[in-house]
Design a protein around this ligand. Structure first.
Ligand code: NAG
Ligand code: NAG
Ligand code: NAG
Length: 464
């Protein structure tokens, strides 16, 4: 007769044989028992031709999840959708995400396009709050307790914010509050969030608590820009020598460095054997790229990253890797441009390639001057504001100071939101370049400057 004890031993032996054969951990074995549906939310937060790469990234992400076996009903896509049919597109109706890449646009669901790509819809989609959705397909993250969620966002950002093509910025505290609510609603098992933007670490640093079963990977540290890649043909002084985008793309970057790093990794890895943590290590290595890259950062529950990639992205189809580019060979050979400089890079390239004496040459020249002048204006205005508030000596120091890791950008987020509005009302809407100064505005809040003082000083700093 087999006693209860023996049954236990027998089971353990079976498990250990199984573990040895499969080379997987027991926790993965147990996880497999409860595996639910995989859901994904993909967001490109920009619009405009020179931001081609963000929508290209999101389309590529859709394709790799679709290849992984996710169903359209479980993938929710936010993209402005002004790229494929853009009059500047040298390949009408097509979007590529790498120099020799195939079309990634075909089949992408248009859940939230145009003005429907906004922060409110993003939050309500995550919370499955149908009544809060305006426009779009109405598709929401209707997940259950055993389900796994993958969220990917790519765009411009700034300290404590990421952008949307329409409506308000996504503020870090609001995003983290939404994730807390989602956790409290008990409608997922685990969640992985990849985010690419300048200063992307500041969206979670000191804000995302442990225990929400969420693992976050960001493209950059809280005080660091993120980088675009596959950018243009280069210039005579600084040529792009290998694996450059086709010349007709003229200074448009086809992808973002961190984004293509994880996606090309997912394209070639056996997602069923490899973990999120393994991907993190390879992606961090590729994204660092000497002086032309950023430092990938992680937040939340590291234990979640020990899950297999397939838990969040589905399994790689056996055929897919052959069609993919060799991720490693790209790592040091493609031109990267700081996301804050992509617009100028695009304009410089276009200007350089335009025929002498053409309208295009003149127009791009004027546009370059305009962008340069906007930049120096915002620098001067912010500098002046700092001097008025904190004195000529201290001004810049206070505005540029960076809080230590683990501390959020600002203590009072309502203050930050309202002071960004005050600044923009007096000094003009912050451009993707100018958004780096949100740190200065946060520091004004942290210094306890009153709302009245902020308003009068902003008016003074930006009057001329
Ligand atoms: C759903 O959206 C509506 C409208 O924005 C809002 O009033 C409500 O509080 C939201 N509900 C939840 C649970 O977030
Ligand atoms: C990064 O990747 C390169 C190429 O695969 C490898 O030679 C190098 O050792 C890696 N560096 C680190 C820090 O892992
Ligand atoms: C994989 O390739 C084989 C041979 O080319 C083909 O028959 C099969 O349909 C492909 N499978 C997928 C999922 O694309």
């Amino acid at each position: 007769m087999i006693s209860r004890y023996n049954v236990g031993v027998f089971f353990l032996v079976l498990v250990s044989i199984w573990v040895n054969i499969e080379g997987r951990s027991i926790s993965q074995f147990l996880n497999e028992e409860s595996e639910g549906t995989i859901w994904a939310v993909l967001v490109a937060g920009s619009n405009g031709w020179d931001n081609y790469r963000h929508q290209a990234d999101v389309c590529h992400a859709y394709q790799l999840l679709k290849d992984g076996g996710l169903k359209d009903e479980n993938i929710i896509v936010f993209m402005y959708d002004d790229i494929a049919k853009n009059r500047e597109n040298p390949r009408p109706g097509v979007i590529i995400n790498s120099p020799y890449g195939h079309d990634v646009y075909k089949g992408v669901p248009k859940d939230y396009v145009g003005e429907d790509v906004n922060a409110k819809n993003f939050y309500n989609v995550i919370l499955a709050n149908k009544s809060g959705i305006v426009g779009g397909s109405g598709k929401v993250l209707n997940s259950g307790p055993n389900d796994h969620i993958f969220i990917y966002y790519t765009d411009h950002g700034g300290p404590g914010i990421v952008s949307m093509p329409s409506g308000e910025y996504v503020f870090a505290n609001d995003l983290v509050d939404v994730l807390k609510k989602k956790h409290a609603s008990g409608t997922y098992d685990r969640l992985v969030f990849y985010l690419e933007a300048c200063e992307s670490g500041s969206m979670f640093d000191g804000l995302l608590p442990e225990g929400l079963d969420i693992f976050v990977m960001t493209a950059s540290k809280p005080d660091e820009d993120s980088w675009a890649t596959y950018c243009g043909e280069g210039t005579p002084d600084d040529p792009c020598l290998v694996k450059c985008p086709p010349p007709e793309f003229q200074g448009v970057c086809l992808g973002d460095l961190y984004s293509v790093a994880w996606m090309e990794d997912s394209d070639v890895q056996d997602r069923d054997a490899d973990t999120v943590q393994g991907q993190h290590i390879r992606v961090a290595n590729r994204t660092a790229d000497g002086d032309y890259g950023s430092h990938v950062s992680v937040y939340g529950d590291i234990v979640v990253s020990f899950d297999r990639l397939s838990t969040y992205m589905g399994e790689t189809s056996t055929n897919h890797s052959h069609a993919s580019v060799d991720a490693i060979s790209f790592s040091k050979s493609s031109k990267n441009v700081d996301q804050r400089n992509t617009e100028l890079f695009y304009l410089f390239t276009k200007h350089q390639n335009a025929p002498e004496g053409s309208d295009e040459k003149y127009e791009t020249y004027m546009k370059i001057n305009e962008v340069m002048s906007q930049r120096s204006q915002v620098e001067n205005k912010v500098k002046h504001l700092g001097e008025l508030l904190f004195g000529v000596e201290k001004g810049e120091e206070v505005l540029h100071s960076v809080r230590p890791a683990g501390q959020p950008l600002v203590d009072n987020w309502d203050c930050l939101k309202s002071y960004v509005k005050i600044f923009e009302a007096h000094c003009g809407r912050l451009t993707p370049y100018g958004r780096k100064h949100v740190r200065g505005i946060a520091n004004i809040c942290n210094a306890g400057i009153t709302s009245e003082k902020m308003a009068t000083t902003s008016a003074q700093a930006c009057s001329s």
